[in-house]
Design a protein around this ligand. Sequence first.
Ligand code: CTP
Length: 400
Amino acid sequence: MLKGKTIVLGITGSIAAYKAVDVASQLTQSGAKVDVIMTEAATKFIAPLTFQTITGRPVVTNMFTLSSESEVEHISLATADIITIAPATANTIAKLASGIADDMLCATVLASKSPILIAPAMNVNMFENSITQDNLSRLKSRGFTIVGPVSGRLASGKKGLGRFANATDIIGSICQVLGDNGDLDGKHIVVTAGGTQEPIDPVRCITNRSSGKMGYALAEAARDRGAMVTLVTAPTSLTKPIGMEIVNICTAREMYQAVRVATSQTDVLIMAAAVADYCPLRELDEKIKRESTGLTLEMERTPDILVSIKGDFIKVGFAAESNNLVENARQKLQQKDIDLIVANDITSSDSGFCADDNRVTIIDREDRIDNFPLLPKREVADKILDRVAILLATKSKQQL
Ligand code: CTP
């Protein structure tokens, strides 16, 4: 997604400037070309050399530097794919809202037609001041995207709203803005993720080894291709992605209810979650005490979400198999009456449940079988969404 993108990263004079090093580093590691512009105040908090070292590119601090093409810098940088100001102080926000271009960063923004994203960071009173709020509203109404701030401990020692958003959220927002006109623009996609938890008593539950990584990768990839995403997630240790609706659930029944609500108006349902097929018949109010004898739990079936939720949307299922991969997956596709099934072999240790990579086979209703090599889950997600995009395009042609 970020590979080959040109990103201007504007740093202003906030104590959070040091956190922008992580943003610059992650963007650079993802293959983006990052040009940092620092205001004079920012250089009091952190040295330009830090960003130069991290990005491998010169850092602009002076309004009158000439680029190698002998263009005035703010004109050459203004053509970036996106300009991100992180952290953005109340002062820079006020200048941008009033069209003042007395430093290199504001001049670049004013000269640019690129999307602009800002991540404010400041004292809580400054942030809540109606002047700052008015300035932010003006920027929003002009199409700027604002990420954060979040609540937490501020440099003053006080707690409140004003803390710099975390690097993952800033980068997630950059990806979302860059993908605004992607091939899934305007589509609503519901993704489920993680392993459901079926309670036995107040401290115990039945669950499985799903990490949720495949579902989260799908949700982020769909977001970055312009889709509106609802992620229905069982508990996982993953960071909740920004830029989508998140519905937290625990049990298979709760997932069923959440998916039913979310699919009332959707174009696609992707069931990447590992849903428990059985749950204890009763959840006990008291913790089960250890006895000398064994323990038998009475279980009942949970609803099959893919089968029971019907509607005019594309359905994608997963088939986690330990044997007869293609045959079992094909049977699930037919039995569950779905459009695509993504089969993966859970016996291989380098792919599947907890791994970062996955090796999948995608089968459709026409029995077209696509085998993919071991790929990072994010790349697998894009392969699946490529197929979903084709199905959506075919469907809208048929509806014409
Ligand atoms: N699924 C579902 N509701 C369930 C169980 C599974 O919607 N109660 C979905 C899963 O999210 C997945 C697909 O059905 O997309 C296949 O899940 P899987 O566990 O591989 O298969 P099952 O249908 O549960 O069959 P089995 O466990 O016997 O292989």
